[in-house]
Design a protein around this ligand. Structure first.
Ligand SMILES: [Zn+2]
Length: 301
């Protein structure tokens, strides 16, 4: 009998439900659409997927973890996904507990799930003080401090996308001005360039388009300032970068790396802070959620 954790990864357009083993292996997975016509339809679809996943033979399910776009409330178990209006302030934790019969259900931010998965199994292995960030539609982050997963008071530690780096700067979707995300997310870089998505900006940059290169350069420069602040506050040794923008890492990575090194020189701390590419790919959110299902409550998750 293999130990497994029920993992749920709430994304913008779909919800992945799976079983994850202690070694991070995804034993089974079902994706459902989050674009249901009503709360009832969405919940019925999720309940069906959970029941099917939990029926797998030969595994002992010992916990459950949910990763979701933030902000989350780890005590109430609620999520506030911008793209799934039915679930605003919905206690997904209570729902999963009821449907699955698993008592030990934990919720974390989706970027925290990536950070934790990379820390345990990916590019962050061996790190002690790590931040994992997701650069995608938005920008999220998750934190490991002194070798332990750190989620903070409400479960939202590492919210680097909404740290303010430009006073009275660009309007951010969150209501503040000058957030890292307002300049550096894939969506906002695309908007700045006048394209529908970041891939189009990257493609133009590949062809040498000066405006595309300048847009990516500016987004990466601002993100590097956010990372400088994170390193200054937490004395990190490793930063792992994942998310949709990294699918154009041939264009994006050298630019981000250049700005990061420049900022780190200013900070002048002893030794190097490693900037690494996430290695777990698209499964990292699901794997991270699953791994969190295994953590004892003593670790604060
Ligand atoms: Zn913001």
């Amino acid at each position: 009998m293999k130990d497994a954790s029920l993992a749920i990864d709430v994304g913008a357009t779909k919800v992945a439900v799976g079983l994850v083993a202690r070694d991070g292996q995804v034993l089974s997975r079902i994706d459902i659409s989050s674009k249901a016509p009503s709360l009832q339809a969405l919940n019925d679809s999720l309940a069906g997927a959970i029941s099917e996943i939990c029926q797998r033979d030969g595994v002992k399910i010992i916990g459950a973890g949910i990763g979701s776009a933030g902000p989350i409330d780890k005590d109430l178990g609620t999520i506030n996904p911008v793209n799934i209006p039915h679930w605003v302030d919905f206690s997904l934790v209570d729902f999963v507990r009821t449907v699955s019969g698993i008592k030990d259900v934990r919720i974390i931010g989706d970027a925290s799930a990536l950070a934790y998965a990379e820390f345990i199994l990916g590019a962050g292995r061996g790190a002690t003080n790590l931040m994992g960030i997701v650069v995608s539609t938005g920008i999220g982050g998750g934190v490991v401090l002194n070798g332990a997963f750190h989620v903070g008071r409400t479960g939202n530690a590492g919210l680097i996308g909404h740290s303010v780096v430009v006073q009275n700067g660009a309007q951010c979707a969150c209501g503040q001005r000058g957030c890292v995300e307002a300049y550096s997310s894939g969506t906002n870089m695309a908007k700045e360039f006048g394209a529908d998505n970041f891939e189009a900006v990257a493609e133009a940059a590949r062809k040498g388009d000066a405006k595309a290169i300048a847009t990516i350069d500016n987004g990466a420069a601002i993100l590097a300032v956010g990372l400088l602040n994170a390193v200054a506050l937490m004395d990190l040794d490793t930063i792992v970068v994942g998310g949709g923008v990294m699918s154009a890492d041939d264009v994006y990575w050298p630019i981000l790396h250049k700005h990061f090194e420049k900022e780190m020189k200013k900070l002048n701390l002893p030794g190097n802070v490693a900037l690494k590419k996430a290695t777990l790919g698209k499964d990292s959110g699901l794997v991270g959620a699953g791994l969190v299902g295994f953590i004892s409550s003593a670790k604060g998750a």
